[in-house]
Design a protein around this ligand. Structure first.
Ligand code: NAP
Length: 590
């Protein structure tokens, strides 16, 4: 019903980039106390433009694009600012060779328009980065969103004005935006982490991070390449570099349980089936716990005899992507004996693929079970180690001492390189939000409020920061990202619509509800099945970061349940109040 409501609402004129009569004449984001461009403390001297909008979205990733679409469709004036030179977010920045989905393409893309679903023919079950970037550009153009997207615009500060009840956001191009509502769709994996290795900046060759990959091609042919890190990014990159470079040295600190992605082109008959089953597909993706189409298994490991188990593991090994988790034996993540047996199966596969027994042993994890870290999915990763130009350095045996002008020095000596690739991960969950200069009521810094880790309600809001939302940020569920990030965007836009219809302009979550949700997240994080504390999901990869769980440990179903309760209760858990007395009231009531 949400869609019909939105269509029935009046579509306001869009906020303009230029200050002018329209922007200062009582639009919803308008505030009598803020003269656009007048606050020298916020707006850089000579600021080129000042916009006034109802909704400012930060980040043109899959979540931000959807937030912009929904905000506009619901009749809010909206603007999206994005630091990158193009749209795509993760899929813009992570353009390293080999980057691709490991969720099925048609389950990751948008579901809000059947026409879009019909007209975009994904070429592969797991699309590569170039196709994904093309798709997101297509969406932006198809729905005429580009006119409200400002690229190359990184947010430097976002200040809540207590008196006016608006957010004043400064962008690094010197412009400023006054917004009634601020939606930070800044992603959980958007701040690349470079390890603090002595000498890193003095390296005289090329160096790149997978999460900050340049638009110009990086030429590996004939060059000596190092890849540091063997998470999902590193293991996607390795086979591609191995096939081109003169030599490739992979620096591994922790081995991962990698299994085949099992990608394939989507055949014409599969394309036709996808289209004919759109409603059922959308229903499953919008309601399942993991946001995938995979069918859960109905048996536990030891319900089957040894031979049947072996056949099942073989089937899993040959199954696509995450089905190895979502369609596996029901006790995979609960029964250590079950998990151990699956791990032993993978280990045997690694030994059968990798010809050098010592290398094979180093590639087999010995410090965590399957699913305790986010499992990577691979194509030709283990096989790459059979090439004569590829070698593996085990950093647990020979740690990095430093980077010199010419290469990487480990405890066993210096290896020289032309290119170093840092596939060393991200400041997960809170990294981007804490770097945006967010200041809530009375100027409280978000970094201060979250000094011990994030505190949220439903992973969408934190107390003391009215009208500030962060879908797809910390405390979001684990699974197929766009699905539950989309749930959060829908919830937020519905909440804004409810507030507008009832004459409210300020939305701030009750601190008690936030405390309860956060405590629930923390409690669940130590229960099975959950990721190990030695994973980035707890912030352990970033020195000095508080060790707090950064996902929603109760999953998507809990989010659904809680959202239903909140809506049923007319959003009472949020303090809803009219615009402050000296600010103009939003004029566009639904
Ligand atoms: P990651 O999983 O955090 O892996 C980082 C790697 O760098 C790990 O092997 C880590 O070793 C290593 N590392 C970190 N600091 C190091 C240091 N100081 N010295 C040596 N090694 C160090 O990061 P990622 O591979 O970029 O993946 C992050 C997430 O992005 C994935 O889990 C996934 O959610 C997402 N992703 C998705 C896709 C996809 O959908 N297709 C592709 C790529 C990434 P330790 O394990 O020992 O810390």
């Amino acid at each position: 019903m949400r869609r019909q409501e939105a269509h029935g609402e009046r579509r306001p004129e869009m906020a303009t980039d230029e200050p002018g009569p329209e922007a200062s004449a009582g639009a919803p984001g308008q505030d009598a106390g803020v003269v656009p461009g007048a606050d020298a403390g916020v707006v850089a001297a000579g600021a080129p433009t000042t916009a006034v909008v109802d909704v400012l979205v930060v980040g043109a990733g899959i979540t931000g694009i959807y937030a912009l679409y929904r905000a506009r469709e619901a009749g809010f004036s909206a603007l999206l600012v994005e630091a990158g030179a193009g749209v795509g977010g993760t899929w813009f920045w992570n353009r390293y060779p080999g980057a691709r989905f490991d969720s099925e393409s048609y389950t990751y893309g948008y579901l809000f328009s059947e026409e879009l679903f019909d007209e975009w023919e994904w070429q592969e079950h797991f699309a590569g980065q170039p196709e994904i970037e093309r798709y997101l550009n297509h969406v932006v153009d198809r729905f005429d969103l580009r006119r409200d997207i400002r690229l190359g615009a990184r947010v430097r500060a976002a200040l809540y004005d207590d008196r006016a009840g608006t957010w004043r956001v400064t962008v690094d191009d010197g412009s400023a935006v006054t917004a009634w509502f601020l939606i930070a769709a800044t992603g959980v994996l958007s701040v690349p982490h470079f390890p603090d290795v002595p000498g890193r900046e003095g390296f005289q060759g090329e160096q790149h991070h997978t999460g900050l990959w340049p638009s110009e091609p990086v030429h590996f042919a004939g060059r000596r390449v190092a890849v540091v890190g063997t998470g999902s990014s590193g293991v996607q990159l390795v086979p591609v570099v191995a096939a081109e470079a003169a030599s490739l040295t992979v620096y591994q600190r922790t081995a991962n349980w990698c299994t085949p992605l099992n990608n394939a082109p989507i055949t014409p008959s599969e394309q036709a089936r996808l289209r004919s089953e759109f409603d059922a597909i959308r229903h499953t993706l919008n309601t399942s716990a993991s946001g995938f189409l995979h069918v859960p298994h109905d048996r536990a490991t030891f319900d089957d005899a040894a031979e049947e188990r072996l056949a099942f593991y073989e089937k899993m090994w040959n199954s696509p992507g995450f089905s190895k988790l979502t369609s596996h034996y029901t006790d995979l993540l609960f029964d250590p004996a079950a998990n151990d047996e699956w791990c032993a199966f993978i280990a045997a596969k690694v030994r059968s693929i990798v010809e050098d027994p010592a290398t094979a042993e180093r590639l087999i994890p010995n410090d965590h079970r399957y699913g305790e870290h986010r499992p990577p999915f691979v194509a030709g990763y283990y096989e790459a180690y059979n090439r004569p130009n590829v070698s593996l350095v085990d950093l647990k045996q020979t740690p990095i001492v430093g980077v010199t002008e010419r290469g990487i020095e480990t405890a066993d000596g210096l290896r020289q390189f032309d290119i170093i690739v840092w596939a060393t991960g991200f400041d997960f969950g809170t990294g981007a939000l804490l770097r945006m200069g967010v200041r809530g009521r009375r100027g409280v810094a978000l970094e201060e409020r979250w000094a011990d880790g994030p505190r949220t309600f439903l992973g969408v809001q934190t107390a003391g920061f009215p009208n500030f939302f962060f879908p797809g940020g910390p405390h979001a569920a684990a699974g197929n990202n766009p699905r539950y990030n989309g749930d959060q965007v829908d919830f937020i836009i519905d909440l804004l619509t409810f507030a507008r219809r009832n004459g409210y302009a300020t939305i701030e979550v009750d601190p008690a509800a936030e405390a309860e949700w956060t405590a629930m997240v923390d409690r669940g994080a130590t229960r099975s099945p959950s990721f190990s504390e030695a994973s980035y999901y707890f912030g352990t990869n970033i020195p000095g970061k508080p060790r707090r769980y950064l996902l929603n440990s109760a999953g998507r179903r809990k989010l659904f349940k809680e959202i239903a309760k909140v809506v049923q209760d007319n959003y009472k858990v949020f303090g809803l109040s009219p615009a402050p007395a000296d600010a103009l009231t939003p004029s566009r009531q639904a």
